[in-house]
Every structure is written in C-alpha cells, then in structure tokens.
Design a protein around this ligand. Structure first.
Ligand code: XMP
Length: 321
C-alpha cells in the first residue's frame, strides 16, 4: 500500500476538488454511488464533493445508529437540505444495539459496529439502490494509524486487504485519503460547507461507542451523550482540537442526599493536537473543570465522580476504545 500524502502547504484546494470530481465521475461512470454522512468534516466533504461530481446519482444516507450526539441526526440532515443535497435518515438503532449486546472488548465492539454498518445496514441499502460504489471519507491519518496497528479505524477496509466487493458487494472510493484533517477542512470550506461543519472537531466513526468503556447499552450511551453535551457546550470556545466525555465501567462510592450511592464515573478529555497523531491535554483552569464536574453530577443521572485526563497521546489515545 502506497498513498502519496498531500501536505497542507502544497494543497491547491480548487485543483484538488476539480481533479477528484473528475476521478469520481469517471470511476462511477453511468452507475450510481451511495455514501453515509455522519456530519463530521470528512464525510461532509465527501458528500459535497461527490454531489458536485455526479449530482443525483449520489444517494446519501445518515445512519442513525443510536450512538450519535444529542440532536445530531436532524441537525446534519437540515444543513445539507439547505445546500440542496438530499440526505435520507435511516433508523438502525436496534441493529446496532443488538450487535453490541454483551460485548466489552474494544476491538470486538469496533468489529460489531463495522459489520453492522457495512454489511447489514449498507449492504441492504446498496443492494436495494443498485449502486456499485460507496464513497468514504477515510483520511491519511486513519490509514496510517490502522496500518501501524494503533487502532482499527472502522472505515479502513481495503487498506487491510478486505475485499469489499467480495465481502459486502460494492467498491469503495476514498477521495480524501491523501489529506490529513487540516487539508480536508480547507477542501470542505472551498466546497461551500458552513463553518459549523468545516471547523467541527473530529468525532470517531464508532461515535459515542468509542467513549463507553464496557458494554454499550442504550442507557449507558444516554449517560455519555448527556455528559458530552455539557462538555461540548462548555469547551466550544476553548479552541482545543477535540474535547469529550468518557463513561467508565467501574463504579465508585459517592453520596447523594446523605446516602451512599455506588455510582458512575465520567472522565473528561480535552486535547491540543495538530493531526491527532500525537496530542497533549489542554491545561484547563480548575474553575472550568470544577464547573463541568458540578453540571455533570447535577444533570446526568447516576454520575458521582468526574475526572480529567492529564496524560498525553502516546501513551493515551484520544478516544477511550
Ligand atoms: P485515537 O483515539 O486513535 O483517535 O487517538 C485519533 C483520531 O481519530 C478519531 N477516531 C476515529 N475516526 N473512525 C474515525 O473516523 C474511527 O474508528 C475512529 N477512532 C478514533 C478520534 O476521534 C481522533 O480524532
């Protein structure tokens, strides 16, 4: 596998958009393509790029896995509707939670999400649509980390030698694979996407499941979703690369209304990074941290402890699984 990286300082966004649009149009030919939009900058850029290349021969789906953040599915679909790009919302929540039931191992959880996403949900969609191509927003860092064995990104298939044609019935086109995140942001901006999208902090493919240690149940996702909303709204102006909440599996003794409460723990992470390959924790003020802890313990049922991660990547990683 050899991919030529295009560095930010040598990226000509207009030229990139033109050549990738032509490449997509020529590979898809007179056929049809599908893609899944998560609302992250990578999949948003691919959607706008491919829509420009093949218009309504691209069919875009937002898969509601039940693992997304508060209000996210509707918010994303609306943004694209305003740009004249139709996105179909697919409710796949029971399929994902069914596949995740009883799993606690991080790689098994990622594998269950990959299989549910590509085989069950997309396999079905692609078969029905008659599309033979899937467009995907894989970027250079995703490939690098997967090949290095750091973490199995759920979107890397062909790079690992998995034949998507044989396994899932379609070919994958990855137009952003030569770019790192900053390059994707520049392309997204040039494609006319709103700042709320092209400046969005990264969010992992497995969504909130990457932030639940132990079994991923609807109730546990709801806990981390509520904590995520609080952390995101309080750190939005921090200028940090990424900020998130993690739900731990261990319980700790806390106190509520004078009684012992063997409750749950949330860990906050906030990162300074250029490209997610290495990262340092942001030195947030104690007041900021204490404010988040207070709001989380008050508003997220069952949480009695909030901690802040002060470890760099490596040896930490940005997400928890
Ligand atoms: P880690 O946790 O490996 O994350 O330090 C590095 C960056 O990648 C994001 N991430 C993912 N993105 N699919 C993605 O598209 C994935 O499976 C995935 N896992 C992690 C993470 O949010 C961070 O920005």
């Amino acid at each position: 596998m050899k991919i030529d990286e295009i560095k930010l300082d040598s990226l000509d966004t207009a030229g990139f958009i033109k050549s990738k649009s032509e490449e997509i149009a020529s590979r898809v030919g007179t056929g049809k393509a599908v893609n899944a939009l998560s609302g992250g900058v990578d999949s948003a850029a691919v959607t706008a790029l491919a829509h420009r290349a093949i218009g309504d021969r691209l069919k875009t789906y937002f898969i509601d896995s039940g693992l997304m953040r508060e209000g996210e599915p509707g918010w994303v679909v609306d943004i694209f509707a305003r740009m004249g790009i139709p996105v179909e919302l697919v409710d796949a929540r029971s399929g994902f939670f069914g596949a995740l039931k009883g799993l606690t191992d991080p790689e098994q959880k990622r594998e269950a999400i990959t299989q549910t996403f590509y085989k069950e949900v997309f396999g079905g969609i692609v078969k029905k649509s008659g599309a033979t191509f899937l467009l995907h927003g894989t970027n250079f860092t995703d490939v690098e980390e997967t090949v290095a064995g750091v973490k199995r990104q759920h979107n890397i298939l062909e790079q690992l030698g998995i034949d998507t044609q044989a396994s899932f019935g379609y070919k994958v086109i990855e137009p952003l694979v030569q770019l790192r995140k900053q390059g994707v942001r520049a392309v997204a901006k040039d494609l006319g996407l709103p700042a709320d999208i092209y400046q969005r902090p990264p969010f992992p493919g497995p969504a909130l499941a990457a932030r639940v240690i132990g079994e991923v149940t609807p109730e546990r996702v709801e806990t981390v979703r509520k904590a995520t909303s609080i952390v995101e709204s309080r750190l939005k102006q921090s200028g940090a690369f990424q900020y998130l909440a993690i739900l731990h599996n261990d319980r700790v003794t806390g106190m509520r209304e004078g009684k012992r409460d063997f409750g749950q723990q949330i860990e906050i992470r906030c990162w300074e990074s250029e490209d997610a390959v290495t990262a340092k924790p942001t030195p947030l003020s104690f007041d900021k941290l204490a404010g988040m802890a207070e709001e989380i313990t008050k508003n997220v049922p069952g949480v009695v402890s909030v901690t802040y991660n002060v470890t760099a990547k490596p040896p930490s990683t940005i997400e928890a699984i």
